[in-house]
Each structure stands twice: as structure tokens, then as C-alpha cells.
Write a protein that binds this ligand. Structure first.
Ligand SMILES: [Zn+2]
Length: 255
């Protein structure tokens, strides 16, 4: 057994046997981990509000090489983020970010990714309800960027030639971004990215903010993000939390 003490955020949790829970955590020093919290359902005292989704704190993990499940021996919460659970558009946005993180990451330590996920939850928690969707889109692209999957915006994803900055471009999910006219001509499938959508993507990937004009813009960006994630996932399992987030935003069924 090796003791790992690391900053961690709860991304997912479910009951295990009579009295325990299993958590999926993204950690700063040990990547994404599955951990068993023995007795967590019986005694609230032991782990306290660490049981809540998206809570952040210092976790003590007992790890054993060759075992997929660590044991959580303590979790001292520093940020509980109750604002995420208190409002539906924030909660569904945070769920989409958690799913994205779980589906794309490994046990490799990645402090940059941890920081992007931490900022995503902080920013969504602080967002007014009618801005939560935009902030989620923006945060998701930053997580994608930290995963090393950032699409190209101003250079051709195939031949690396610069692409006129203010024009509409063809955007290819399999190629990984914008295409020049020549490569666009040869591409099997690509969608047109208008200049304004391109500017938004450029800003988000560079860490800048870029408010969207209206709900139609947001819908188009959710679709672009969904198609991009689907293309780069290693398997065909559905993105359930993403679907819920996208659906709520579309129907306006958000409190
Ligand atoms: Zn090209």
C-alpha cells in the first residue's frame, strides 16, 4: 500500500454494498481515480460533505499497484460548491464537464487538466443561471485544450497552411479543425464555421472570454462541441450527461 495525498474533485459517486460508496475523483497528482469510501453511507461524520458531487479538497488515497480501486481514508473539503446543485442549468453543465473529464482522461497525473476542471466548476458555480450554458461551452473547450485535443482555428488541420483569419472556414472533426480551401475540397466531411463562431472558438481556446449573442449561437456551439467529442472518443458509449445538458438548454426547461 502506498499513501497518496492529493488535491481532488468528486466527479461521480454511487453506492457500494450496504454502507460504502465509490467515488470517481480527478486529482492533481494521480490523474482520475476510482476510490472506495468504506462506511461513507453509515457515518456522515467520517467524510462529511465530501460526499457531494463537485466538492474539492485534500484526499488521502491508499493505492496498491495492479488494483483499479483505491481506498479513500480521508477527504478534507475546502470547496463544496453548493451553487452547482442549487440550480439546474449549472448542475447539468457541471455534469457535462465531469463526463467529458471521465471519458477522456487516464491515471496519468495532469495538473493542467486539474486546473481546467477546477476553473470550469468555479466559473459555472459563479455564473448567473442564464449564462451557465455559455460558461459551460467555454469551459469544455478549455478542458479539451488541456487534453491536447484543441482544434486548429487559424491554420489548416491537414497541411498547416494559414487560413484567412476573418473568413468562414470548413471545419473537419476527423482532421481536427479548420481546413484550407485545397484540403477542404478533398475532405469527405466538413461543416462550415462562420467567422463569428470561429472567433468564439479562438478566444475560448486561448483562455479569453467570448459571450455568445443568443440562444441560436449557443445551440450551434453545443452541436459543434458534441460532434467534436464524439469524433475523438475512443468508444461509442453515449454521452448521457452531455445529452441532458444539451436537451435542457434547447427546451428552455431550466429553472
Ligand atoms: Zn490544407
Amino acid at each position: 500500500m502506498t499513501l497518496v495525498v492529493t488535491e481532488a474533485i468528486v466527479l461521480h459517486s454511487f453506492d457500494y454494498l450496504e454502507s460504502s460508496r465509490i467515488f470517481k475523483l480527478v486529482t492533481r497528482e494521480a490523474g482520475v481515480r476510482s476510490v472506495l469510501a468504506r462506511g461513507a453511507r453509515r457515518s456522515k461524520r467520517r467524510f462529511g460533505s465530501a460526499l457531494d458531487l463537485y466538492a474539492q479538497g485534500t484526499a488521502e488515497l491508499q493505492t496498491k499497484s495492479g488494483r483499479d480501486l483505491d481506498t479513500l481514508s480521508a477527504f478534507d473539503v475546502t470547496r463544496a460548491r453548493p451553487q452547482l446543485a442549487a440550480q439546474l442549468s449549472r448542475f447539468t453543465g457541471a455534469s457535462a464537464i465531469a463526463e467529458l473529464t471521465l471519458r477522456f482522461t487516464s491515471e496519468e497525473a495532469d495538473p493542467g487538466l486539474f486546473d481546467a476542471v477546477e476553473s470550469a466548476f468555479d466559473d459555472i458555480a459563479a455564473a448567473p443561471p442564464d449564462r451557465a450554458r455559455d460558461v459551460t461551452i467555454e469551459s469544455a473547450w478549455r478542458v479539451v485544450s488541456e487534453l491536447g485535443l484543441a482544434p486548429t482555428v487559424d491554420n489548416c488541420a491537414e497541411c498547416h497552411a494559414p487560413v484567412g483569419r476573418d473568413a468562414a472556414v470548413l471545419f473537419s472533426h476527423p482532421a481536427g479543425g479548420a481546413l484550407c480551401a485545397r484540403c477542404g475540397h478533398l475532405a469527405r466531411s466538413a461543416r462550415t464555421l462562420p467567422p463569428e463562431a470561429r472567433a468564439a472558438l479562438r478566444d475560448w481556446l486561448s483562455g479569453a472570454s467570448h459571450p455568445l449573442a443568443d440562444v441560436n449561437d449557443a445551440r450551434a456551439h453545443q452541436r459543434l462541441l458534441r460532434e467534436f467529442l464524439r469524433e475523438h472518443l475512443a468508444d461509442d458509449r453515449p454521452l448521457r450527461a452531455f445529452d441532458v445538458w444539451e436537451h435542457d438548454a434547447w427546451t428552455g426547461g431550466v429553472a
